[in-house]
Design a protein around this ligand. Structure first.
Ligand code: ADP
Ligand code: MG
Ligand code: MG
Length: 900
């Protein structure tokens, strides 16, 4: 029988009077904010005292069983605070007022707003007015409390309060909020209470303790609100962490002209430059600075107004930066000439700033190079490659809304609402820079996406079609901007109360998700940026994984090389067949119903393929190039059944005698023959090369001939021929026999040899299971994790978006397995495949290609299971390089320090 356990959890941690029960390391327990408040208190900084209710209380709240112990500890901590301050919460002639602040381990903008001035009620407000001799301040604080409490705790829309407030301003002919006097504010308070009664069906609670409990529970609940959940999904934060609650004595920045409040950074968070950076407002409270109601002043101005306070602030914040050994983001309040620190944390920054700060801090002797490498989020380094919006030149109200930062970069252009229109506008020369605006995109929009400078969608997430395709193209995209209402029929979009029509100019910032009115100024990207080059030169030596790139054409191969790719991990030959001059031959080949005709068509394709491969080999001088034989089902090269039927029907009426009609009928017949119910599991991959060996023959010949030709020019070539979708040794052997035979023929004809390898994709579970057999024939493996994810989950990659959003929302999947490798399931197959393959062939070269090759967590996994390389799209090469370096460092015991 289990013995009853006595709870050993300590729920509440006090801070104040120069010492704290917690400390800065306790982010899991106290949240980032709580840990920071404790640490600052211990460091002797001026922090208003208070206490933190730890995250376990929130987890208990989620499970629906709050412990009575927690309430008891909270009351004890409150009593201690009251004693320290010589005040009582909301009572007496000097009432204690507190703020109630949420604070999880990672800072989360989606969470609850802070409640200030808690403890005020009809009585204590009079005491506060009396005590400060400042009734305006007292009533202003009270009306703010009712408004914040009403909105945050009681879920009453802000607009109801704003209506009252604006009405009062109008009535009193007041221009600024601060123009309303104490009497007017008292009238506002009467109205506010009516708003509370009407919408929440309760009176605004006069009991301060009741206010506190309600506010605390609202913080717990806010962990589960949609905004917070969404933010956690986007940033890969665990749903089970919970938030802490901080209760802290108020200090007042709104007490008059010797009071104020502000925020700042110890370095510039956009550029990383070492400069004191911040904004403040005199006679203001809390969020006034960031809410945009009043225009804040540059922090430098504080040096003129209150030089002593300014010096103290600089001193404290640079001490904090040294203490935490990272750039700090801080909040402060000045009450009647005295400075208080309310928050400090490692500041969020752009990728550009992250790199610069890391380098500078190494040079300042603050951190080591290893720490510097771990400091930068791998996904952020791509910012160097993309053009970016110049924030300095941005007008104040230019940002219309913020959607998802689906694909980084900046784009400026004229709005167009359909893909066809985009192509037409460009061809007619009517527009040069186009922003394609859609509800969401589909594969039918590709031609329009290709010509557009940027894509904006109002629906769809980070793995929507628009997001995935544009990331592949290296093109800027803002997706899921829900506030944008797109009317494709009327050719207009509405956002922020404004209407935009076809041809209007807008700008997109795919790095932050901002949608901007008009033409934003744009700064170009630069892979040779000296800071980036220096930083990467620190990272690369730690790396054990090689980084390759997926590239089908010489242009992409060159770009990848400029970003540091050490070879091509996947060249998809079928992409070469889609070109305008080749498709007809490809079709003839497919339509042929005998080997002879097929060979004739293939003969026409051979020189074209050979030329492509020569280009690739030249571009990748000295590096390996993995070329995959044809993979997709053949019908992808033919027109769709539906469009053929329509065309035939038309001709039957208009030109029944036309020879074209006969041609189309044959084509339709063949299309119907090739039609499959499940093409992704059908006649594709090596199955094509097995049923039509002459295709593999032609491709092998094109590759080997190109290799011989290029190597004759003194260029080093390393061709690796890769057979897709094999599931057994016999299948693979069928194909490798062809390749090796053809290679020998070519060598004999040309009188020279080149080294080459033959290997296979591992993208079916069966292949991973029998990898030991397959390795008898394969000289290398490349895990095709896109197909392997598809076949392991049994999810169709092309249709999964109907299911995925619901799975994510319900928590059945934490991440899109097509974006982030499912280490638990698919990863096991990868691990097993590597082990079994190497058991047969110890020097087997193993890599992966596909979306996962450029995703930091997946790259780190590949490092751990001992792959030789990862291959990703050109624009992800930098990210993969950094992630691979971090993986090696983390193995040595370094921990990731990038700011979430
Ligand atoms: P967030 O996490 O959104 O930054 P905070 O809890 O830090 O929320 O608080 C929001 C605002 O309220 C900040 O400007 C902060 O400085 C201010 N604030 C919070 N607690 C107090 C307090 N005890 N006295 C004065 N201002 C406070
Ligand atoms: Mg804050
Ligand atoms: Mg595949």
């Amino acid at each position: 029988m289990a013995t009853p356990t006595v709870s050993t959890v300590k729920y509440v941690y006090s801070f104040g009077g120069g010492k704290a029960e917690g400390n800065g390391k306790m982010k899991d327990t106290l949240g980032g904010k709580g840990a920071g408040l404790a640490e600052m208190t211990n460091a002797g900084l001026p922090v208003p005292p208070g206490f933190t209710i730890q995250t376990e209380a929130c987890r208990e709240y989620m499970r629906g069983k709050i412990s009575a112990e927690m309430d008891k500890e909270m009351d004890a901590a409150l009593a201690q605070l009251e004693a320290l301050q010589g005040q009582k919460l909301g009572a007496g002639d000097n009432p204690l007022l507190v703020s109630v602040r949420s604070g999880a381990k990672f800072s989360m903008p989606g969470m609850m707003d802070t409640i200030l001035n808690l403890g005020l009620n009809d009585e204590s407000v009079k005491a506060l007015a009396e005590r400060t001799q400042n009734p305006r301040f007292a009533y202003d604080s009270y009306r703010r409390l009712i408004q914040m409490f009403g909105n945050v705790v009681l879920d009453i829309e802000k607009a109801h309060f704003e209506e009252v407030f604006d009405g009062k301003k109008k009535q009193k002919k007041a221009k600024l909020d601060t123009d309303l006097d104490a009497r007017a504010l008292q009238e506002v308070i009467v109205e506010y209470k009516k708003v509370v009664k009407k919408h929440a069906k309760i009176d605004f609670p006069q009991d301060s303790h009741e206010q506190l409990v309600m506010a605390r529970d609202a913080v717990f609940r806010s962990w589960q609100n949609d905004r917070a959940k969404h933010y956690r999904r986007m940033n890969n934060i665990d749903d089970m962490l919970g938030t802490a609650v901080n209760v802290q004595a108020m200090v007042f920045g709104n007490m008059g002209e010797t009071s104020g409040t502000g925020v700042g950074f110890t370095r510039n968070p956009a550029t990383g430059a070492k400069e004191f950076w911040g904004e403040f407002l005199m006679n203001a409270q809390g969020e006034d600075v960031v809410s945009g109601v009043r225009t804040p002043m540059n922090i430098a101005k504080l040096n003129e107004i209150m030089p002593d306070v300014y010096e103290q602030l600089r001193d404290i914040t640079s001490r904090m930066e040294k203490h935490y050994r990272d750039m700090q983001d801080f909040e402060f309040t000045i009450q009647d000439g005295k400075l208080y620190m309310l928050q400090t944390r490692n500041g969020k920054r752009t990728g550009l700033a992250a790199v610069r700060v890391a380098i500078d801090m190494v040079n300042e002797g603050l951190i080591s190079k290893e720490e510097a490498v771990l400091r930068v989020e791998p996904n952020q380094v791509v910012e160097f490659l993309f053009p970016r919006v110049d924030d300095k030149a941005l007008a104040k109200d230019a940002v219309l809304t913020t959607g998802l930062p689906a694909s980084p970069g900046a784009a400026v252009g004229q709005i167009v609402f359909t893909a066809d229109e985009a192509v037409a506008m460009l061809h007619k020369g009517k527009m040069k820079n186009i922003i394609l605006v859609r509800g969401e995109t589909t594969p039918e929009d590709i031609h329009g996406m290709e010509v557009a400078a940027g894509i904006l969608t109002s629906r769809g997430g980070m793995s929507s079609h628009a997001a995935v395709v544009t990331r592949g193209m290296g093109k800027c995209c803002v997706a899921g901007a829900g506030e944008v209402k797109v009317d494709e029929k009327k050719k207009e979009m509405r956002v922020a109360g404004q209407t935009f029509k076809e041809g209007d100019w807008i700008s997109l910032d795919g790095t932050t998700g901002r949608v901007i009115k008009g033409k934003a100024a744009v700064l170009p990207g630069d892979p040779k940026d000296p800071k980036l080059v220096e930083f990467m030169s620190w990272a690369d030596p730690y790396r054990r994984l090689k980084i390759r790139s997926n590239a089908d054409i010489p242009r992409d191969a060159k770009a990848a090389q400029a970003f540091g790719a050490e070879g091509i991990g996947l060249c998809r030959t079928e992409h070469m067949f889609f070109a305008e001059d080749r498709l007809p031959h490809m079709r003839t080949m497919i339509l042929a119903n005998n080997e002879k005709d097929r060979r004739a068509a293939l003969k026409k394709l051979l020189p074209m393929q050979r030329k492509d491969f020569e280009g690739l080999f030249k571009a990748m001088d000295g590096y390996g190039v993995t070329i995959r034989t044809i993979d997709p089902p053949l019908h992808e090269f033919l027109p769709s059944r539906e469009s053929l039927m329509v065309e035939i029907a038309k001709l039957e009426i208009t030109k029944p005698k036309s020879p074209k009609l006969k041609e189309l009928r044959t084509l339709l017949e063949r299309v119907e023959e090739l039609h499959e119910l499940n093409p992704m599991l059908g006649h594709r991959g090596c199955r094509l090369g097995i049923t039509y060996p002459e295709i593999t023959e032609m491709q092998a010949r094109a590759i080997i001939e190109a290799a011989v030709n290029v190597s004759k020019k003194g260029i080093k070539v390393l061709p690796e021929i890769m057979i897709p979708l094999t599931g057994s040794l016999k299948e693979l052997r069928h194909q490798t026999n062809i390749v090796r035979r053809v290679a020998e023929e070519v060598f004999k004809e040309k009188g020279t040899k080149v080294d080459y390898m033959v290997g296979t994709m591992i993208e079916l579970p069966r292949a991973a299971l029998v990898a030991d057999q397959i390795a008898e024939e394969a000289e290398f493996f490349s895990f095709g994790t896109n197909d392997l994810t598809q076949t392991t989950f049994g999810f169709s990659r092309d249709d999964v978006n109907k299911i995925l959003p619901i799975y994510m929302k319900e928590g059945l999947l934490k991440q899109d397995p097509f974006a982030v490798l499912d280490q638990e399931g698919v990863g096991q197959l990868v691990k097993m495949g590597v082990e079994r393959g190497r058991a047969t062939r110890p020097d087997l070269k193993v890599g992966i290609c596909g979306e996962h090759g450029g995703e930091p967590e997946s790259v780190k996994f590949c490092h751990r299971v001992g792959l030789n390389y990862v291959s990703c799209s050109p624009f992800r090469v930098l990210t993969a390089r950094l992630a691979a370096a971090q993986a090696a460092l983390e193995e040595k015991g370094g921990s990731g320090g990038a700011t979430k």
